[in-house]
Design a binder for this molecule. Structure first.
Ligand code: UDP
Length: 484
């Protein structure tokens, strides 16, 4: 039955991110942006995320200043020590669709997600990875729903095109010998994407693979939603956004979100310099180490919150960095190397050998690190948040994509935006050393110029009158219109 919102209540938006750092972070940024727009927000996450977030971040104190803001948690039906990504992610998706779906429907129907002032959810903003079951619930309960994909528009478009690729026989990929051939089934990316640049889910020998099918289904759900939010900007991905708009009624590119938020907070004279949305304990000691390094001399290396390396990969990267003779700051999470490997011992050795020019941390304040004047390059796994953060900081990248959207992102970074180099599918110390030197010395000027241009465009887009700024105003207006 359709709900009637009491007259005069502010709109209440339910934000529901997927259970990973790279999703929680942009969702929290969106929560703050919406809060600044006067919208009441309920931030719903699984207990797995909720508990870590409250432990390691400063969100609780920060969000107290936003009227009507509520944190809520929901079960994902799995024990705390069960992996949520990697090989076991299918079980995780299954549990979400059974346990979480039922709980969420009940919570929405019984107004458990509101407050006295704004008791009912008037709009759901669900993660693009959780699109199917949340859209089914929203449709049943007559609540408007908008999807938020935290990946690039080009990756969303490549995922959206998976059924085409299956239909035209390009998936499954025939074999290793085809990896460097060009793909034809992703409109507007012909001549650019090779098979190795397709999202990692496409690297399967069976097109009935449940993960591939699930991802393809989820990414097509945006055609059923009232809108699609993306952490990108028109000037960066305009042609792809036009394609998406032919399928999704209402696309809101409002990124780069972290810069957008920073500018809006600055306008309100709120200083948010050291705020963190981390699920991991941040080691800020690297900031003092950076302070002592020369200008643009440090290669920052981090592969995000999920990527796991083998012992051999870890060693190759370490030698590559050390042999480059450049300074480096490397994030090595405690769960960064494959379980069962003896990488832990190796790491102790590496640490000893790192002292001269390097610094290792378990988790860095990445946005701040990338903006530090000592940082001159970023060795990254091409996660979309990292890519945007690096682009806005004007820091050229070496891309070593691991999974999901990252293969597409790195291709765009190197071949379209030309703000970095793509080291996809290679982990060889000689190549690492060569690319570090290219980014820091040999090709520095050309890469930095392109990165600076990108940075200017990004800042313009989120400034008053810019494309992302206007798209966000439109989003807020539309959310208010839904509040009937
Ligand atoms: N991050 C951080 N400290 C680190 C490593 C990563 O704060 O030491 C943040 C980074 O700024 C980004 C997020 O974690 O916002 C990672 O998201 P991304 O999309 O780049 O990769 P994912 O973790 O999803 O693979």
């Amino acid at each position: 039955m359709e709900k009637h919102v009491p007259h005069g209540c502010p709109p209440r938006v339910l934000l529901f991110p997927f259970s990973e750092q790279g999703h929680v972070n942009p969702f929290l940024k969106l929560a703050e942006l919406l809060g600044l727009g006067g919208v009441h927000v309920t931030f719903l996450s699984t207990y797995y995320i909720h508990n870590r977030l409250l432990l390691h971040s400063d969100v609780q104190s920060r969000f107290k200043t936003y009227p009507g803001f509520i944190f809520k948690a929901i079960s994902d039906g799995l024990p705390d020590d069960h992996p949520r990504s990697g090989e076991k992610s299918y079980e995780f998706f299954k549990a979400l669709n059974v346990v979480t779906k039922k709980l969420l429907k009940h919570m929405l129907a019984s107004d458990e997600l509101g407050s006295d002032i704004s008791p009912s959810v008037t709009c759901i903003i669900a993660d693009g990875l959780l699109a199917e079951f949340t859209t089914n619930i929203a449709t049943e309960l007559h609540i408007p729903i908008i999807h938020f994909h935290v990946i690039s528009a080009c990756a969303v478009w490549a995922l959206f095109s998976i059924p085409n690729l299956i239909e035209n026989g390009e998936l499954p990929i025939r074999g290793k010998e085809d990896m460097d051939k060009l793909v034809t089934g992703v409109p507007s990316m012909e001549g650019l994407l090779r098979f190795r640049d397709l999202p990692s889910f496409c690297r399967t020998s069976d097109v009935k693979d449940p993960i591939l099918q699930g991802i393809a289904r989820e990414s097509r759900q945006c055609t059923r939603a009232q809108g699609l939010i993306l952490n990108t900007f028109e000037e960066l991905e305009g042609p792809i956004l036009s394609h998406l708009r032919t399928h999704c009624p209402n696309v809101y590119p409002i990124g780069p979100k972290h810069t957008h938020l920073k500018l809006k907070l600055a306008k309100k004279e709120v200083i948010s310099v050291q705020s963190t949305n981390s699920l991991f304990k941040t080691d800020r000691s690297c900031m003092a180490w950076l302070d002592a390094q020369p200008l643009k001399s440090v290669m920052y290396a981090s592969f995000g919150s999920v990527a796991v390396l083998t012992r051999d990969e870890l060693i190759e990267f370490w030698y590559g960095l050390v042999n480059s003779k450049k300074r480096f700051l490397w994030v090595i999470r405690p769960d960064f190397y494959k379980q069962g490997d003896d990488a832990k011992d190796v790491l102790a050795e590496l640490l000893e050998g790192t002292k001269e020019r390097g610094y290792l941390v378990g988790w860095a304040p990445q946005e701040e690190v990338l903006e530090h004047p000592a940082v001159g390059g970023f060795l990254t796994h091409s996660g979309w948040n990292s890519t945007m953060e690096s682009a806005v900081a004007g820091v050229p990248m070496i891309c070593w994509p691991r999974r999901a959207d990252q293969q597409v992102n790195s291709r765009y970074v190197s071949e379209v935006w030309k703000i970095g180099l793509d080291m996809k599918d290679v982990s060889d110390r000689k190549v690492v050393e060569k690319m570090v030197n290219e980014v820091m010395v040999e090709r520095r000027e050309e890469l930095v110029n392109a990165a600076d241009e990108m940075c200017k465009l990004a800042v313009k887009s989120v400034s008053e009158g810019g494309s992302s700024h206007c798209n966000f105003d439109r989003l807020i207006e539309d959310i208010y219109k839904m509040n009937k």
